[in-house]
Design a protein around this ligand. Structure first.
Ligand code: PLP
Ligand code: COI
Length: 343
């Protein structure tokens, strides 16, 4: 793969050799198919196109110093996609099928897993759509499950460097009792206008508040939010945010480091009391936050005054990536090896 500049990869689509697909028809899943086509055949009346019956996932694989490929926490993504499918009345993908699809597509594209030490990884994108035709609003009778992969660099171009974010009150990404806790495309469509506003003003992303009262912190664009103070890792619990697997890791790693962990509604007014704040997710990993601008009160909350990520965020980041790359022992059972799973 001489043509890929691994160290300068952005978070984007790079064509790989294969993707895998499976169809759900007549009430059951068929055989997994392997293809090199980047296109999917889709009926023009598919519910995925009209009524938002669409869900996706994002997970990563890493190459270690030993050259082995490690997949990170696939079972948690399988569970979340299952919950999402039930949430919007789609056929759920069984965990065994999810695993087979993910491990097969990684094995087939092994040469696209970036070399150890480049900071890049393989991003795995499972996609589930209502492919059956309907014109009335109802769940489809057929579904298509696709998994493709692409090598990626950091989501925010800064990498592990502090970013600035903009508080957003004008738009919500999800309704109070809506689909915010599911990984459905509609939430991302709903975020695009505010994201564009943030980008135009020079911010990396938006900070969403709870859609009901705007009193609590929800999440930071495509990532969960956390704050650190008094040896405690604090992160919002909210019905309208995505349950982040990276956040679950950071809670565990915080406990391992001797921090307290609080997962609770986080009042917006608490921002000024944090010593460090950050965004976390598969794509974002840990992205430290430097400034949070509130355009309505014209207040800027400043962190990282020396321009560097805070000490706790740095420790958590290093722990997480060391486990992912195989440099530290995987004491929590987060890693699996596709080479050993010839399913
Ligand atoms: N929140 C949103 C809206 C996301 O899109 C993501 C990305 O998946 C996350 C949070 C982080 O979740 P995870 O750590 O499971 O990738
Ligand atoms: C992820 O972190 O996996 C995401 O899905 C974020 C974004 C690319 C939607």
């Amino acid at each position: 793969m001489e043509s890929i500049d691994w160290r300068n990869l952005s978070f984007g689509y790079v064509r790989t050799d294969y993707n895998v697909r499976c169809y759900h028809k007549n009430g059951h899943w068929g055989e997994l198919e392997i293809t090199s086509s980047e296109y999917i055949p889709l009926h023009m009346a598919a519910t995925g196109l009209h009524y938002g019956q669409e869900a996706f996932e994002g997970l990563k694989a890493f190459r270690g110093k030993d050259n082995r490929v490690r997949v990170f926490r696939w079972a948690d993504n399988a569970r979340r996609m299952h919950d999402t499918a039930l949430g919007i009345k789609m056929a759920a993908v069984p965990a065994e099928l999810f695993k087979k699809a993910v491990f097969t597509v990684i094995r087939l594209n092994e040469k696209f897993v970036p070399p150890y030490g480049t900071g890049a990884s393989m991003y795995i994108r499972p996609l589930l759509i209502g492919s059956g035709a309907e014109v009335g609003v109802k769940p489809a009778s057929e579904y298509l499950f696709v998994v493709f992969v692409t090598p990626v660099g950091p989501y925010f171009k800064e990498g592990f460097k502090p970013v600035d974010i903009l508080v957003c009150r004008e738009f919500d990404r999800a309704a109070p009792l809506g689909t915010g806790c599911y990984k459905v495309g509609g939430n991302y469509a709903a975020s695009l206008t505010s994201l564009e506003i943030a980008h135009k003003k020079g911010f990396s992303t938006t900070l969403y508040l709870d859609p009901k009262e705007k009193k609590y912190i929800d999440e930071a664009g495509p990532a969960n939010f956390f704050g650190i103070k008094k040896n405690t890792y604090i992160t919002p619990s909210s019905r309208s945010i995505l349950p982040s697997i990276t956040n679950m890791c950071l809670q565990q790693l915080s406990r391992d480091l001797g921090l307290q962990v609080e997962c609770r509604p986080v009042p917006y007014d608490e921002i000024s009391t944090f010593e460090e704040v950050g965004a976390c997710g598969t794509a974002a990993v840990i992205t430290p936050i430097r400034n949070i601008l509130d355009p309505d009160t014209k207040t800027t909350y400043e962190f990282c005054l020396d321009g560097k990520p805070g000490p706790v965020s740095t420790k958590l980041y290093q722990r997480l990536i060391s486990i992912q790359n195989g440099d530290e022992p995987d004491t929590h059972g987060w890693i699996e090896f596709p080479e050993q799973n010839n399913n």
